[in-house]
Design a protein around this ligand. Structure first.
Ligand SMILES: NC(=O)C1=CN([C@@H]2O[C@H](COP(=O)(O)OP(=O)(O)OC[C@H]3O[C@@H](n4cnc5c(N)ncnc54)[C@H](OP(=O)(O)O)[C@@H]3O)[C@@H](O)[C@H]2O)C=CC1
Ligand SMILES: N[C@@H](CCC(=O)OP(=O)(O)O)C(=O)O
Length: 424
């Protein structure tokens, strides 16, 4: 069904229809065994491989439209598929099939004071709506993780990836059908009209959870419209603090990597905080500037390297997703943590230091989803954390924070096993 021509007022009905189908499919999925779900994913991977010519043709259409619209190199790189990337997508689905089924896992087992047995058992969340950027692999990753964890998904990818997403989704659904699983478990939103996103956000009781994965525009929409519980996967204004007791070589290497490895991902460092007691701040900045990065800093940062331009107040709250870095010099760890508390988006922050006491304070006191000691913020990733895959990085404060994979897509229920107890 293509509903690009729907009247805006129809979107509430559209979401209701999609949600009903998704919920019915989820109930069937809940009865599928571990082996059946794994087989469904292997069949989806096989269907994607078999359909590769069609998917790559669809992607070529998206790329041509993206180039015409003037998408940046980083955005085009996110959007692009080729044989190798498609094989990686199919391989990732197979890897998710190999992960242990989280559903039914007993996460707590105890006796109550009244003598009945109590177990907390993992269950799927239900129907999950996922809104994400124009990156086709997310369609497959999110579909695979939701299916493996027994959830139905309603996927709404970025508009620039529409043809790629439709082709990938069609192949995935074909694989599920061939394996005898309900194809409606993984649905793709049939319109790109943002009003339909609004309707999905308001669909309390129909959609169980929304994962918004994106930047400021999406944040504003979510804040305005969301009536469904939200597991926010939002922007990354990530900081690295070089403490006075940092090893200079390590500080330089980590800072260059955190900014320049891939500037367009949410885990890229956007602000560097240099302690005034650290002797080699100039060398760190020189290395970052030599790697091709524009530097914007406060007055003390400008004194460390002539290439540092003056930062404006806006810079400290900007996610550049580009080769631009804001730099501030701070006098101690408290000042660094205050800056982070004021400007971070709650994604990932790192401290570079050989001082264990400072590291422990930073890890305990900085309130972001991921806090790191002596490592690059670019490691903020489910695969790098050994989770097999990820929906993304949850930046809010709910049950799942940081990389969200299978466990983060489940909730639990209490199972009470009595012997005839009645409460006095
Ligand atoms: N935390 C995480 O795991 C991740 C976070 N990100 C963040 O995503 C951002 C970069 O991606 P970018 O493509 O710019 O993301 P956008 O926020 O522009 O788009 C993401 C998705 O949200 C939709 N969207 C955006 N604004 C609205 C709106 N007002 N109403 C309805 N839907 C909307 C887009 O739809 P449309 O097609 O209409 O534009 C798209 O599907 C960065 O901030 C990055 O940090 C990226 C990856 C992972
Ligand atoms: N955790 C992932 C981040 C994915 C990500 O940020 O996506 P995008 O912004 O679309 O490039 C990684 O480190 O590759």
């Amino acid at each position: 069904m293509t509903t690009d021509t729907l009247e805006k007022t129809d979107y509430t009905q559209l979401i209701e229809d999609l949600a009903k189908k998704g919920r019915a499919a989820q109930r069937k999925l809940a009865r599928a065994s571990d082996a059946e779900k794994a087989a469904g994913l292997r069949a989806a991977a096989k269907a994607i491989r078999a359909d590769s010519a069609n998917i790559l043709e669809a992607n070529a259409k998206d790329m041509a439209a993206g180039e015409k619209r003037g998408l940046t190199g980083a955005m085009l790189d996110r959007l692009k598929l080729d044989e190798d990337r498609l094989e990686a997508i199919a391989g990732a689905i197979e890897n998710v099939a190999k992960l242990p089924d989280p559903v039914g896992e007993v996460i707590d087992n105890r006796s109550s004071p009244s003598g009945f047995g109590l177990e907390r058992v993992r269950i799927p969340i239900g129907l999950i709506g996922i809104i994400y950027e124009s990156r086709p692999n997310v369609t497959a990753d999110a579909a695979a993780l939701c299916l493996r964890s027994g959830n139905a998904a309603l996927l709404r990818g970025g508009s620039e990836a529409i043809h790629s997403n439709r082709a990938l989704h069609a192949a995935f659904a074909k694989g599920l059908e061939e394996a005898g699983l309900p194809a409606d478990a993984i649905q793709l939103m049939p319109t790109q009209d943002r009003e339909a996103v609004g309707a999905m956000l308001k669909a309390a009781g129909l959609v169980d959870m929304i994962v918004p994965r994106g930047g400021k525009g999406l944040v504003a929409r979510v804040q305005e419209d969301a009536r469904v519980p939200v597991l926010a996967h939002l922007d990354g204004i990530c900081h690295t603090y070089i403490h006075a007791d940092a090893n200079p070589d390590m500080a330089r290497e980590i800072a260059v990597n955190a900014k320049m490895r891939r500037t367009g991902i949410c885990g890229a460092m956007e602000t560097l905080l240099i302690d005034s007691g650290f002797a080699e701040g100039d060398k760190v900045l020189a290395a970052i500037a030599d790697a091709g990065c524009e530097l914007r800093g406060d007055e003390r940062a400008q004194k460390l390297d002539t290439r540092v331009k003056p930062a404006t107040a806006e810079d400290w709250d900007t996610e550049y997703l580009d080769a631009i870095l804001s730099v501030a010099v701070v006098d101690n760890i408290d000042e660094a943590m205050e800056h982070i508390a004021a400007h971070s988006s709650g994604h990932t922050e790192a401290i570079i230091t050989d001082n264990d006491e400072a590291a422990e304070r930073f890890l305990a006191e900085v309130d972001s989803a991921i806090v790191m000691h002596n490592a690059s913020t670019q490691f903020a990733d489910g695969g790098e954390f050994g989770l097999g895959a990820e929906i993304g990085i949850a930046t809010g404060r709910l049950h799942a924070r940081g990389p969200v994979a299978l466990e983060g897509l489940t909730t639990y229920k209490w199972q009470v096993k009595g012997k005839g107890q009645a409460r006095p």
